[in-house]
Design a protein around this ligand. Structure first.
Ligand code: ES4
Ligand code: ZN
Length: 320
């Protein structure tokens, strides 16, 4: 049995499996430049974050109706449950859908139906984090934020920041992150995936991020490591993602053990599991096999996931 854990870094659009993409393309009359699941999998050969994002955004074209989003999330939750996930804080990219004509209520109500059913159906509690695309304008993020207010507190519990990192400063999102704080939402941001330490400092100091997604390059700056350790800022690390996007040369070279040794609150997550070769327990199994982490360290990583989760203390305690 996989160890019980929380998944804190999971893009719901990144759970779209090739077979599901083809079925949705047929059902919705969407033309895809791929004729088979094998052809789609053959395109999963990435050289960096950008080459992945191109395919990730292209395949989303098949997601059109509320039902599509419900089925997408339900399929993820079924797989997550089998991998020991008891609590999932799920990212969604509303702008990736709005910009191609899919309305916000289609996305959020569709996901919301699956998430509402998840405790009974899959034994998983959930939260939803709306992420803003950092390669698009801050003003657009503000519009999406305001449009999503009806779902705050009930479905949407946080905001995040993702997509292209290098060359896209976080500062234009300071206003929307401030409004999120004022609205009682939690704040996370991708940083230090491809970008050097100043990108991590920026999401901490300018956005007030409470968790850093990836953050693997933080080790290059001892002062940053000291800050992250002192404040117990969780880092949601995604080992298989880092290998597939070539931010690390191979799993054996992954900085996860050094991050643990440095006293950082590290968690292991799957990011975009359909694209990166595995769900969260597959990531646990990979770091066990390739980094030689022992059972005690794996249990620590699982416990960290509940410490880093945005759960009320009584629910956190029930998992530990
Ligand atoms: C992402 Cl791996 C990764 N990095 C940044 N943004 C993303 N959106 C979806 N997956
Ligand atoms: Zn991510």
């Amino acid at each position: 049995m996989p160890v019980p854990k929380a998944e804190l870094h999971l893009h719901i659009e990144g759970t779209l499996e090739p077979e599901a993409a083809l079925a949705l393309a047929a059902r919705n009359g969407v033309d895809l430049p791929f004729a088979s699941a094998e052809e789609i999998r053959a395109a999963y050969s990435f050289t960096d974050l950008g080459s992945f994002l191109d395919l990730y955004y292209a395949l989303m074209a098949v997601l059109r109706t509320e039902r599509d989003f419900t089925e997408l999330a339900d399929a993820y939750l079924a797989r997550a449950a089998a991998q020991g996930v008891r609590h999932a804080e799920i990212f969604v990219d509303p702008q990736a859908h709005l910009t191609r004509g899919v309305a916000l209520d289609t996305v959020l109500d569709g996901l919301g139906a699956a998430l509402a059913a998840a405790p009974e159906r899959h034994g998983i509690t959930t939260q939803l984090i709306i992420c803003f695309l950092r390669d698009r304008p801050g003003a657009e993020a503000l519009e999406v934020f305001e449009a999503a207010r009806p779902w705050f507190g009930t479905l949407v519990t946080g905001v995040g920041l993702d997509s292209t990192e290098v060359g896209c400063p976080a500062a234009p999102f300071a206003e929307v992150f401030g409004r999120a704080r004022d609205a009682g939402l939690r704040r996370v941001a991708h940083a230090g995936e491809e970008g050097p330490p100043p990108y991590v400092w920026e999401v901490l100091d300018v956005l007030g991020a409470e968790r850093v997604d990836h953050g693997i390059r933080s080790l290059e700056d001892p002062e940053l490591v000291a800050r992250l350790a002192r404040d117990r800022v969780p880092l949601t690390v995604c080992p298989l993602s880092n290998v597939r996007l070539r931010t690390v040369p191979d799993l054996a070279a992954h900085p996860l053990p050094r991050m643990l040794d440095a006293g950082l609150l590290v968690t292991v997550n799957s990011d975009d599991p359909s694209y990166f070769g595995g769900y969260v327990e597959d990531n646990f199994a990979a770091v066990r096999a390739e980094l030689g982490l022992d059972d005690e360290t794996l249990r620590l990583l699982a416990a960290n996931s509940f410490h880093a989760a945005f759960l009320p203390e009584d629910e956190r305690a029930a998992h530990l």
